[in-house]
Design a protein around this ligand. Structure first.
Ligand SMILES: Cc1ncc(COP(=O)(O)O)c(C=O)c1O
Length: 382
C-alpha cells in the first residue's frame, strides 16, 4: 500500500477550503473539472430514469443500450468498427486506468507513461509492482512526445504504453504524424496501449487523433473516454473503456468484483448525453478557448513566468524557472500569500519541476483576479 500515490489536486483543494474557513478569499484554479452545470437535457434524462425505476443493479459491463450508443460513437469518431461487447462502462474514466494496469502489468513488466502526466498512471504502475518508465514531455515540442526517445524506452519487457491526448497537465495534443510514429515504434511487438482520450472533445486547434484508428492498432488499444469533461458530469461518475472483447470480459469481471455496476440512472443520462443535442459541448469548448487566451496572455506578462499556448484540455502549464523558485514552494506561496490555488508541476511527476498547472475551469472574472494577484505577488517577491 505504501507504493500507492495520490492526486494532489484533492489535497490542495482541502488546504484551500481550510483557508476559506478562516475567512480568506481563494481563487480556485487547482481542480480539473468544468465549472459549468451538466446540460439540462442530461439532468432531465437522469431524473426521469430515477422515476422510471432505474434504481436497481444492472449488468457489470453497462446497460446494453448505452454500450450500443458508445460503440456507435467510437466507431464514428475513431473511424473503427467497435461493437457493444468491446465496451465496458465504469464509474468515471479513472477505473479504466486502475483496471487496465491491474489487468495487464505485474512485477517484471515495464510500463511507459507520460511525465509530466496524470498522477494516477505512475501511482498504479508502482502499486502493481511493475517498473514505471517515464517518457518526458518537452515544452519545446509543445508537450507532444518525442517519438525517437519513446522508441529508445521500449524493450522486450514493455507491456503497456500509456498515451494521453489532449494532455493533462500540459494541454499538449498529439498530431497525426506523432500517432503514426508511435504505432511504428511499437511495430509488431506484443505491447498494449492505454489511450486516455478523456479530453478528446476539448481541442482548440486541429483535430483529435486516436491511435486506435491506425490499421492494426485497434486490437492492441484500450481506449479510455467518458462523460466527466465533455458533458460537465464529473460528479455523476461515468466513463468507459473500449477494447478487444476478450479483455472487455475480464475488465467487466473486475467491475463485478469491485463496484458491481455503474449507477443505472446515470447510464440512462449517458445515453442522452451521447445521442442528444451537442451544442453545449461546443459552447463550453468556445468558452474555454476564450479563457485560455486571457490566461496565457496574462501569465506571459508576469515576471518570471512564460507560458505556451495549450492546444487542448482546460489547463495552462507555465514555465516558472525564471522565478528561481521550486514549483512546490511557489504553489504553496501563491496559495498562502496570494490566495490563488494552483498545482505544482511536480504533482504530475518529476519532470513537472519548473512548471505550475492552472486550471481555466473558472470564470474570466476569477481568472483576471488570479492574474492580478499572482502579478502583484511576483512584483513584491521576485
Ligand atoms: C487525463 C485524465 N484521465 C482520466 C481522468 C479521470 O476522469 P474521471 O473523473 O472521469 O474519472 C482525468 C481527470 O482529471 C484526467 O485528467
Amino acid at each position: 500500500m505504501a507504493r500507492l500515490g495520490t492526486e494532489t489536486a484533492f489535497e490542495v483543494l482541502g488546504k484551500a477550503k481550510a483557508l476559506e474557513a478562516q475567512g480568506r478569499d481563494i481563487v480556485h484554479l487547482e481542480i480539473g473539472e468544468p465549472d459549468f452545470d451538466t446540460p439540462r437535457n442530461i439532468v432531465d434524462a437522469g431524473c426521469d430514469a430515477l422515476r422510471k425505476g432505474f434504481t436497481h443493479y444492472g449488468p457489470s459491463a453497462g446497460l446494453m443500450e448505452l454500450r450500443e450508443a458508445i460503440a456507435q460513437y467510437v466507431s464514428e469518431t475513431r473511424k473503427v468498427d467497435a461493437a457493444p461487447d468491446e465496451v465496458v462502462v465504469v464509474p468515471g474514466g479513472k477505473p479504466i486506468i486502475f483496471f487496465t494496469i491491474l489487468a495487464l502489468a505485474e512485477e517484471g513488466d515495464e510500463v511507459v507513461y507520460p511525465n509530466p502526466g496524470f498522477p494516477i498512471y505512475e501511482s498504479m504502475i508502482n502499486y502493481v509492482g511493475a517498473k514505471a518508465v517515464p517518457i518526458r514531455l518537452r515544452e519545446e515540442l509543445d508537450f507532444r512526445l518525442d517519438v525517437d526517445e519513446l522508441a529508445g524506452l521500449i524493450n522486450q519487457r514493455t507491456k503497456l504504453l500509456i498515451l494521453n491526448s489532449p494532455q493533462n497537465p500540459t494541454g499538449g495534443v498529439l498530431e497525426k504524424k506523432d500517432i503514426n510514429a508511435v504505432a511504428r515504434a511499437i511495430g509488431d511487438r506484443n505491447i498494449m496501449v492505454l489511450s486516455d482520450e478523456i479530453y478528446s472533445r476539448l481541442i482548440f486547434e486541429g483535430e483529435h487523433h486516436s491511435i486506435m484508428s491506425i490499421d492494426g492498432m485497434k486490437e492492441r488499444t484500450i481506449l479510455l473516454d467518458g462523460f466527466s469533461k465533455t458533458y460537465a458530469m464529473t460528479g455523476w461518475r461515468m466513463g468507459y473503456g473500449v477494447m478487444r472483447a476478450d479483455l472487455a470480459t475480464r475488465i467487466a469481471r473486475l467491475m463485478t468484483n469491485s463496484a458491481s455496476c455503474t449507477a443505472s440512472f446515470t447510464q440512462i443520462a449517458g445515453i442522452e448525453a451521447i445521442r442528444g443535442p451537442q451544442d453545449s459541448v461546443e459552447k463550453m469548448r468556445t468558452e474555454f478557448e476564450k479563457r485560455r487566451g486571457v490566461m496565457v496572455a496574462g501569465l506571459n506578462k508576469i515576471k518570471g513566468f512564460s507560458c505556451r499556448v495549450p492546444h487542448g484540455a482546460f489547463y495552462v502549464f507555465p514555465n516558472i524557472t525564471k522565478t528561481g523558485w521550486p514549483s512546490k514552494k511557489l504553489a504553496d506561496a501563491l496559495l498562502e500569500d496570494a490566495g490563488v490555488a494552483a498545482l505544482s508541476g511536480t504533482a504530475f511527476g518529476d519532470f513537472g519541476e519548473g512548471y505550475l498547472r492552472f486550471s481555466i475551469a473558472n470564470s474570466i472574472e476569477n481568472i483576471g483576479k488570479a492574474l492580478d494577484r499572482v502579478s502583484a505577488w511576483a512584483e513584491k517577491n521576485l
